[in-house]
Ligand binder design. Structure first.
Ligand SMILES: Cc1cc2nc3c(=O)[nH]c(=O)nc-3n(C[C@H](O)[C@H](O)[C@H](O)COP(=O)(O)OP(=O)(O)OC[C@H]3O[C@@H](n4cnc5c(N)ncnc54)[C@H](O)[C@@H]3O)c2cc1C
Ligand code: FES
Length: 385
């Protein structure tokens, strides 16, 4: 189909679903610690802890799952970031074969990806969610959906909206937390799945929206540009991911997006906007390579009007005439933010930008354990690793 540029007034309503994280098989009581002298203690955010025996030849994720623990994961290949944890005590070895969802800053802050981590001595693992995160919401699962909008927001950015088929309004069906992502099967393929963060919020369900950067020769990109039609059926799997809002009312949230990295941050902003608690102070920095290709400007302007305590800095490597933002990547905006150790910082988008900004935030005074990232890495099957 021919994509048309179109500006849309977003009027999302509702409140965010209660936080929940990914995943998998039914909750089974954790197995008792294996008869081994080496154990991993998994500690959930609510203080509940479980001890499991570890096999040094298995990843910590596999050890946890073998013991029946509820832990979040998706790709099992180190690229989605869903299984990120903090190593509270002991040491682990991270084994990567390619790109990794863990930034250097996160690694230095003691974070690890369980699906790539091995331990041969006692270790304490701090999970970024509570022990009950799967009990109240829908678990990740397969959904079919129907395309309701496919719109070019810029030359290389498409907004894709779908409506979930057979969706039940029970607070559980595809209940996600703002900031999470879904996997979308490229229509017409047997098994080509791509990950996309929702820019919508749970109360928009059954409507689910994504913004997708078009890549030359990309399977999903080609589908969106040349074959996608309103009414097409697509398969989704999810929700996944742990890139969700943390912290307390009053703590400033610094959100930094590169390109389509805006999607999870817009969802997080709207989660705060529509939630019952008072939204925290928010500063959004949104960078694009070319100001002429800026997208969602109207959506951002509306948030500026609707929310009391939000400020937005736009950045473009190549500014256009009349552009009201900063020239350069989001890095140029950091000095003006006067970052403090109490700020909560969220960075999403292309891996190189995310890594550089995460490092720079630390140099500007951010606390390593308060910097959260979502790198839009290529899916494994598209990199032929
Ligand atoms: C957790 C997560 C969330 C994501 N959310 C979004 C999102 O909201 N919006 C979005 O646009 N993208 C997002 N991505 C990236 C997205 O999943 C795909 O990588 C991308 O859309 C490419 O799909 P494609 O089928 O068009 O190209 P492919 O067929 O996968 O690839 C075409 C070519 O481009 C290269 N390539 C693929 N992906 C990338 C990439 N990310 N960066 C650089 N080169 C690449 C491939 O190696 C290949 O050479 C996310 C990724 C992850 C892991
Ligand atoms: S499950 Fe570990 S990074 Fe995806």
């Amino acid at each position: 189909m021919q994509l048309r540029r179109h500006r849309r007034g977003v009027a999302q309503t509702g409140r965010p679903a209660r936080p929940r994280l990914p995943e998998q098989e039914a909750m089974t009581p954790p197995a008792p610690a294996a008869a081994t002298s080496t154990a991993a203690t998994f500690v959930y955010e609510d203080g509940v802890s479980r001890q499991v025996g570890i096999d040094p030849d298995k990843t910590l994720l596999d050890c946890a799952l073998a013991a029946g623990l509820e832990v979040g994961y998706q790709c099992r290949g180190g690229t989605c970031g869903t299984c990120i944890v903090r190593i509270g005590a002991g040491s682990i070895e991270q084994r990567f074969t390619g790109a990794s969802a863990l930034t250097t800053a996160e690694r230095n802050a003691g974070m690890a990806l369980m699906c790539r981590a091995y331990a041969d001595a006692d270790v304490r693992i701090e999970l970024p969610y509570t022990s009950t995160w799967t009990s109240g919401g829908g678990r990740p699962g397969l959904k079919s959906a129907t395309v309701t909008a496919v719109v070019a927001e810029a030359d290389d950015v498409v907004r894709l909206e779908v409506e979930l088929d057979d969706w039940v309004d029970d607070g559980e069906d595809f209940a996600f937390t703002p900031g999470q992502f879904a996997r979308v099967r490229v229509p017409g393929t047997d098994d080509q799945w791509r990950s996309y963060s929702m820019f919508t919020v749970p109360d928009d369900l059954p409507r689910v929206g994504f913004v997708v950067r078009l890549l030359p020769g990309g399977a999903m990109s080609d589908y969106l540009v040349s074959r996608c039609e309103i009414g097409d059926r697509v398969d989704l799997e999810g929700p996944f991911g742990s890139f969700t809002a943390r912290g307390h009312e009053g703590e400033r949230h610094i959100l930094i997006a590169g390109g389509t990295g805006l999607a999870p941050l817009l969802s997080i902003i709207d989660g705060f906007r529509l939630g019952t608690a008072k939204p925290p102070p928010i500063h959004l920095v949104f960078g694009v390579s070319d100001a002429a290709q800026l997208f969602f400007a109207e959506e951002l302007e509306l948030r500026r009007l609707w929310m009391k305590d939000i400020s937005i800095t736009l950045c473009a490597d190549r500014p256009a005439s009349g552009f009201q933002g900063r020239t350069g990547s989001p890095l140029v905006a950091l000095p003006d933010l006067h970052v403090t150790p109490d700020d909560r910082c969220y960075v999403s988008g292309p891996p190189a930008m995310v890594g550089a900004v995460a490092e720079a935030l630390l140099d500007h005074g951010a606390t390593a354990t308060r910097v959260y990232t979502e790198q839009f890495l290529a899916d494994k099957e598209s990199t032929h690793e």
